[in-house]
Design a protein around this ligand. Structure first.
Ligand code: ATP
Ligand code: MG
Ligand code: MG
Length: 300
């Protein structure tokens, strides 16, 4: 269902296609120049059967998070919708005009290789992602549901002393009070409650910011209390009374020890940082730190 787009095309007689920025399961995204010479990103959504509804949902969520009603300084942490139009095609091809952002954190991680980002940058990036999530959760009542490095885009700035990032791709997002799917989140970042098939809400996004897999979850965070373990409709697939099925005996390795032994953290840093992460990885969704609470943590 991808709509064919060529370099040089003029979309809606207004946006001239300069180059391809990226693509995903739902769309292709193009760098375009508008009539005033401003550069924007145009997301051309798939329009085949089954995709039109997803496109309309993304449009509604983006309209709301970009609207003046929900305006707040942290709204700047979410990619802004600038315009929208339809092209002629199967079901009409929906196009969302977005502010132009840079490469994703994933691309950046790949370019940097080991040992990865320096801690002061990690803190700046986390702060901005949490500000964006606090805005989505509290102001907009939106759950992003797909927080991962691919969807955190760098915002180009002239000076390189500071980093600025924005949360992109509201394509799988939903409303706190209206979910579109039971199976949310990219597998590696999927929260315990979603893996188990229990109720989910904004705390699922916080888990993704921190993250992992049930076997590793238990190794790192300890035994899952029975009331959480049996709360989901998939619980029986993973657990046989108290033990994980199909997984080697779990070797516990506490987060604090992992930080010290594997990543050579200083003891004090390890204890502050593990404290920060453990609040985000609370098995009980009602006790898990909110984005606003994370922002208050001394580690940041
Ligand atoms: P997914 O399979 O991740 O759901 P999708 O079809 O919803 O994909 P996006 O993730 O929104 O599409 O965009 C696909 C890619 O296009 C991104 O990974 C990014 O590289 C690029 N991109 C998206 N929005 C922008 C933007 N505003 N500025 C620059 N590049 C962008
Ligand atoms: Mg994406
Ligand atoms: Mg998407």
């Amino acid at each position: 269902g991808y709509h064919p787009v060529q370099i040089g095309d003029s979309l809606n007689r207004r946006y001239q296609v300069v180059s391809k920025l990226g693509w995903g399961f739902f769309s292709t995204v193009w760098l375009c120049m508008d009539l005033s010479g401003r550069r924007v990103a145009v997301k051309v959504l798939k329009s085949g059967a089954g995709f039109a509804q997803a496109g309309q949902d993304e449009q509604a969520l983006l309209r709301y998070s970009s609207s003046p009603v929900s305006r707040h300084p942290s709204s700047q942490r979410i990619v802004q919708l600038l315009d929208e139009f339809k092209l002629v095609g199967v079901n009409g091809v929906l196009c969302l005009v977005l502010e132009l952002l840079g490469p994703s954190l994933r691309t950046w991680q790949l370019c940097l290789g080991n040992p990865g980002l320096m801690q002061p940058w990690v803190k700046q990036i986390l702060t901005q992602v949490l500000q964006g999530l606090d805005y989505l959760h509290t102001r907009c009542k939106i759950i992003h549901t797909d927080i991962k490095p691919e969807n955190i885009l760098l915002h180009p700035k002239e000076h390189l002393k500071e980093i600025s990032v924005k949360i992109a791709d509201l394509g799988s997002s939903c409303w706190v009070y209206k979910h579109f799917s039971e199976e949310i989140q990219t597998r590696q970042y999927r929260s315990l409650e979603v893996l188990l098939g229990s109720e989910y809400g904004p705390p699922a996004d916080i888990w993704s910011v921190a993250c992992m897999h049930i076997g590793q979850i238990v190794e790192l965070l300890g035994r899952i209390p029975p009331e959480v373990l049996h709360s989901g409709k998939h619980s029986a697939e993973y657990f046989d009374r108290r033990n994980l099925r199909r997984v080697d005996p779990v070797r516990p390795w506490r987060l604090y020890d992992v930080l010290v032994e594997k990543y050579n953290f200083l003891l004090e840093e390890a204890s502050e940082f593990s404290n920060f992460l453990l609040h985000m990885l609370d098995y009980h969704t009602e006790r898990r730190a909110t984005a606003a609470q994370c922002l208050q943590h001394p580690w940041l």
